[in-house]
Ligand binder design. Structure first.
Ligand code: SF4
Length: 215
């Protein structure tokens, strides 16, 4: 069984509660959305067909327990749930970064799903299927990428309207759009509202050149 792989690389996890840990990234090709701030447009196409066994061998070569399957949108390839299952069976901790537009029930429950809920400035508001929120486990995470005050208010409204019984609020992340949203201002809003979510900055863009690929 094969899937289209854009790149595989070893770096630092930068966008979740796992931020700061060494991680192997398996970036799959293709995305069904076109977010205004997308920093992985190169993953919309290109890449190579790889057998899942070869992906596992490549991942194993990095000797790293943590693996993130990302994109693009990984779940638009029907083989992705099998890749995730195979990585778990090989003993890895597996994270899945998804834009929430696809049904997450197909994903092994041992995988940590990081669901990115699209806010208005993404240009893709409404594309994340909020029904997926009810399917998240207490080990899963939710991310809002915030570009302005409108996005912030939107994220607050979604949080207020959703059942957060399963996902702890500490696993909800507000991430400022890099180079557009002032992280200090976003932090000020959070503190003013006593919103107990986690602000997170894209660590890899602070450590390395923000334009650099494969980090
Ligand atoms: S969902 Fe992610 S990969 Fe797809 S366009 Fe949006 S930011 Fe880019």
């Amino acid at each position: 069984m094969a899937l289209k792989v854009n790149e595989i690389f070893y770096s630092i996890q930068g966008e979740s509660s796992y931020a700061g840990r060494p991680c192997v990234f398996v970036r799959l090709t293709g995305c069904n959305l076109r977010c205004s701030y997308c920093d992985t447009q190169y993953a919309y196409d290109g890449g190579d067909l790889m057998e899942i066994g070869d992906v596992l061998k490549r991942v194993a070569s990095y000797k790293c327990p943590l693996v993130e399957v990302t994109g693009g949108e990984p779940l638009i390839q029907k083989e992705t749930p099998y890749l995730i299952h195979s990585l778990l069976e090989a003993g890895h901790e597996v994270l899945l970064e998804t834009n929430g537009s696809q049904d997450i029930r197909q994903v092994d429950e041992r995988c940590v799903k990081i669901m990115d809920i699209k806010c208005p400035t993404s240009g893709e508001e409404g594309k994340s299927d909020l029904k997926n929120l009810a399917l998240l486990a207490d080990t899963d995470e939710i991310k809002f990428v915030i570009g302005d005050r409108g996005d912030y208010d939107y994220a607050k409204r979604v949080l207020n309207s959703m059942d957060l019984k399963s996902v702890p609020i500490s696993r909800v992340h507000f991430s400022p759009v890099f180079g557009k949203m002032d992280p200090g201002l976003l932090t000020k809003w959070l503190l003013e509202d006593h919103l107990d979510v986690r602000i997170h900055l894209q660590l890899h863009k602070i450590i390395w050149d923000p334009e650099k690929r494969g980090v």
